[in-house]
Design a protein. Structure first.
Length: 286
């Protein structure tokens, strides 16, 4: 069954939904019958009928809180949250030194939006999904293949590693509230921002490296939003090829982690670990 068949009548918030991958997700969800609220600094570059727009600075907690309150007021509930807002590494981590020989202080605005801003979206999503009736919903964050394997753009990679870590830290607990957390991990996607580097897409295509369309990327987000059996998963998109990544990580965890006692815990060890986790988590009810 196509993802859209299960999404009709749902509601969604998409941060960074006015351009690029976020805009593709907005278009795909809207065509599937989802009511969408876009949170972005600027209105959509390709407006379509249906979605509501609210100006939102994704790096600001108060701005995002206002966005979620708007969605609750407009829709009555929030079924889908797509933390997507973000931008790339400015490259200043490689800057060596000033003329006086002092190292250049790195500027981490990428982390403020691409990591912390997306974490704001996840926390707000969980809050509103927990208090609505019936309880629950799904969060699908835009990460990147750079979050799994990256040879450059280090600060951007940190933000994407961070969002993957957040998903892993939440996925065993959010089902308590009927909330699923997932991610999409696009490779290079053909957007206006990517096209601003004029040679990039043509050269990649010339040498046979796949470049995804925004629709191919959006399809993966819609799939994770629509399919209840997916929680704590990441779908990689490279061209038109899709691959779930977390199951592969799990298969090789013993090779990576070695003799970790958590892999084969006794009943007593499970009780102690469970007690540690319970003491760190907020109470399951609201």
């Amino acid at each position: 069954m196509p993802p859209g068949d299960k999404l009709q009548g749902k509601t969604a918030i998409v941060t960074g939904g006015s351009s690029g991958i976020g805009q593709g997700i907005v278009h795909y969800l809207t065509k599937a019958g989802v009511k969408v609220l876009i949170g972005d600094i600027q209105p959509s570059t390709e407006p379509i009928d249906g979605p509501i727009y609210q100006k939102c600075d994704a790096g600001s907690w108060s701005s995002q809180l206002a966005l979620f309150r708007r969605a609750e007021k407009e829709f009555g509930r929030i079924d889908i949250v797509v933390p997507n807002a973000g931008f790339g590494d400015r490259g200043d981590f490689f800057d060596h030194k000033h003329e006086n020989g002092d190292p250049v202080e790195p500027e981490f605005s990428c982390l403020k939006v691409t990591l912390i801003g997306q974490m704001y979206s996840v926390k707000l999503g969980m809050h509103f999904m927990r208090k609505q009736q019936p309880q629950g919903g799904v969060i699908v964050s835009t990460v990147s293949r750079s979050g799994y394997d990256c040879q450059s753009i280090p600060v951007y990679a940190v933000s994407k590693h961070g969002m993957i870590g957040l998903m892993r830290g939440l996925r065993n607990h959010t089902p308590t509230w009927n909330i699923r957390v997932n991610s999409i991990a696009p490779h290079v996607t053909d957007t206006a921002a990517v096209r601003s580097v004029s040679w990039l897409v043509p050269d990649l295509q010339r040498v046979g490296i796949p470049v995804s369309t925004v629709e191919e990327t959006a399809r993966a987000a819609a799939f994770l939003a629509a399919n209840d059996s997916y929680n704590g998963c990441t779908i990689s998109i490279m061209g038109s090829e899709y691959r779930e990544l977390e199951s592969g990580v799990e298969r090789h965890k013993r090779d990576v982690m070695g003799n970790d006692p958590r892999f084969d815990m006794t009943e007593e060890q499970q009780q102690v670990m469970g007690k540690c986790i319970d003491n760190r988590l907020p109470h399951a009810t609201h």
